[in-house]
Design a protein around this ligand. Structure first.
Ligand code: HEC
Ligand code: HEC
Ligand code: HEC
Ligand code: HEC
Ligand code: HEC
Ligand code: HEC
Length: 379
């Protein structure tokens, strides 16, 4: 976009900024708009904490000079008058640099532009109780072994929800609305404070209404244990609630995109949680001794459970392949890079390697060979 157009857009935003009173109401309740812990860029400290100007620069300058960041992709006027280029579509996935995404200018470790550095740990830590806090920022998470490929995500959203997204939008904003997202991490038991928005309903939060929780997904949700040496409480809030009434309906959220296969040609795989997969609504026969369930799941209830995607997956990235969590059902330190999943599956199943279907296998065998286990196949 050329500078004139960008400056015009900045003026439009400025007008909205002045007139958008009701909009500002919800914004002020968001994590970014909060007057205590909201946005506060170190180069724009003349603005109050939570002010739009920490992210949006009118005319790409404030008092005649462009506040930092102002080099690389962040130099000059940026789309949506942002502090930096919204997203660099030529970014190398898994080797992202700060300048690739406007969000990384703050959601970053040493070198963050937020006045007071802050952390966002993995889902396994924040909602699972894992104690490994090596991955401490969103930037870190997207540079692990597996990650949501940001370009693929925005390309998919722009092709699917053509009136909501274009490839000028930020890929992070397919799952988050920057002006609405709240701090679930500070209130893990209360999804009124959800941080996510479904891409198909970008202008509202997802999980805040009590019809948008895991206990509304068909069949029974049983929360996994929260990490402890002797676990007694449940995800996501380390308390007694275990029916999903305190968890956003992540199955519906993830399936907003993962219901599609882009005709088998794109990078996105369709996950059939409604019919095929037994971890979803698919028919599980009583789990036999070959894979009996571990507490808090009960064998007798097998067939009735439907899991949340986040019981097994991280949303952003993981040191394991396929965004698989490193802590599951209070078992921590799970490290798997191939289809050798014994350590992972045994967080919830006792797998019998002596008799039955698994008797010729050992803890180093691959589980996704020969159509044995994967989404869509005996899963
Ligand atoms: C100017 C700095 C800044 C920028 C740029 C920024 N954020 Fe944030 N963000 C923050 C701060 C500060 C918080 C509150 C952190 C806390 O509560 O510890 C936050 C919180 C959030 C939250 C709520 C969850 C939480 O940790 O509290 C989400 C979601 C989020 N940001 C997403 C984004 C996305 C997506 C972008 C890019 C489109 C972005 N942010 C850009 C500073 C920033
Ligand atoms: C806005 C659309 C969108 C949403 C919502 C979404 N995904 Fe994805 N996902 C994608 C796209 C596109 C890909 C393919 C590109 C890639 O590999 O990252 C993908 C890939 C994946 C992969 C494979 C990653 C790899 O290592 O190759 C996993 C696992 C995954 N998603 C899980 C999830 C989970 C769990 C959720 C919900 C928390 C979710 N997705 C929500 C778009 C989405
Ligand atoms: C944390 C950074 C951040 C803050 C703070 C912020 N915005 Fe934004 N805003 C964005 C991003 C990122 C986009 C681009 C959205 C996208 O890529 O999907 C955007 C887009 C917009 C747009 C274009 C239309 C749209 O919604 O996509 C308007 C208008 C806007 N912002 C106004 C405001 C106003 C007014 C405020 C303060 C009340 C504000 N913004 C605060 C990050 C922010
Ligand atoms: C595929 C959907 C998806 C994409 C893409 C995505 N997120 Fe998230 N994000 C989630 C989900 C799900 C959560 C978990 C909810 C939570 O933490 O409250 C989350 C949580 C967060 C949080 C809060 C973490 C905490 O401490 O609880 C922040 C901040 C955040 N995301 C920022 C980003 C940024 C920045 C990007 C882009 C670089 C991004 N997200 C891309 C789905 C996504
Ligand atoms: C977070 C806990 C959890 C993890 C991790 C987990 N499972 Fe399960 N699994 C369950 C639950 C609960 C059921 C019962 C589902 C139902 O009631 O429909 C189940 C059912 C199954 C079934 C159906 C059994 C039958 O008799 O029909 C298979 C097969 C299975 N799991 C394989 C796996 C494999 C392979 C892995 C590792 C990749 C794995 N599971 C990881 C919780 C888990
Ligand atoms: C019981 C644990 C478990 C749950 C629950 C789970 N997954 Fe997975 N997922 C896995 C494992 C293990 C893999 C790697 C094996 C494979 O390729 O299927 C995987 C792979 C994936 C992949 C990439 C490869 C592929 O098969 O397409 C996507 C996308 C994905 N999951 C999305 C989801 C979504 C969306 C949900 C919720 C509707 C979900 N998963 C729920 C364990 C789980």
């Amino acid at each position: 976009m050329n500078n004139i157009k960008t400056i015009f857009l900045c003026l439009v935003i400025l007008m909205l900024l002045v007139s958008g009173v009701s909009y500002a109401g919800t914004y002020l309740e968001s994590a970014h708009g909060n007057s205590t812990h909201g946005v506060n860029r170190k180069s724009t400290l003349q603005y109050a904490t939570g002010h739009c100007a920490h992210c949006h620069e009118q005319h790409a300058s404030i008092d005649g000079t462009e506040p930092e960041p102002n080099t690389g992709d962040a130099a000059g006027p940026d789309k949506f008058c942002l502090l930096a280029n919204n997203f660099d579509t030529s970014a190398i996935p898994g080797a992202y640099v700060q300048d690739d995404n406007a969000c990384f200018y703050c959601h970053y470790g040493t070198g963050t532009f937020q006045g007071t550095p802050f952390s966002n740990y993995s889902y396994s830590v924040t909602f699972g109780g894992n104690t490994d806090t090596t991955t401490a920022t969103i930037f870190d998470a997207f540079n692990l072994t597996s990650y949501h490929n940001l370009k693929d995500v925005i390309d998919y959203a722009a092709a699917t929800w053509t009136t909501t997204f274009t490839t000028d939008n930020n890929p992070c904003c397919t799952c988050h609305n920057t002006h609405l997202a709240k701090r679930n991490k500070a209130n893990p038991d209360n999804p009124v404070y959800t941080a996510i928005s479904k891409p198909s309903a970008h202008d509202e939060l997802w999980g805040d209404d009590d019809t948008e929780r895991m206990d509304d997904y068909p069949l029974t949700y049983q929360a996994p244990y929260y990490y402890a040496v002797t676990p007694t409480s449940y995800e996501p809030a380390n308390n007694a609630t275990s029916d999903g009434s305190n968890l956003p309906n992540y199955a519906a959220f993830c399936l907003d995109c993962h219901v599609n296969d882009i005709d088998g040609a794109g990078p996105l795989s369709a996950i059939d949680w409604a019919f095929e997969d037994q971890h979803g609504q698919g028919d599980a026969t009583a789990v036999s001794s070959e894979g009996s369930l571990i507490a808090p799941y009960a064998d007798a209830s097998s067939g009735n459970y439907a899991l949340s995607c986040t019981d097994c997956h991280e949303p952003h990235g993981s040191s394991n392949k396929w965004l698989l969590r490193t802590e599951v059902n209070a078992k921590s330190g799970i490290s798997i890079t191939t289809g050798v999943w014994y350590e992972f599956c045994t967080a919830c199943h006792i797998v019998d390697l002596i008799s039955g279907n698994h008797s010729s296998l050992n803890t180093g065998s691959t589980c996704n060979d020969a159509g044995c286990h994967s989404h869509g196949s005996n899963f």
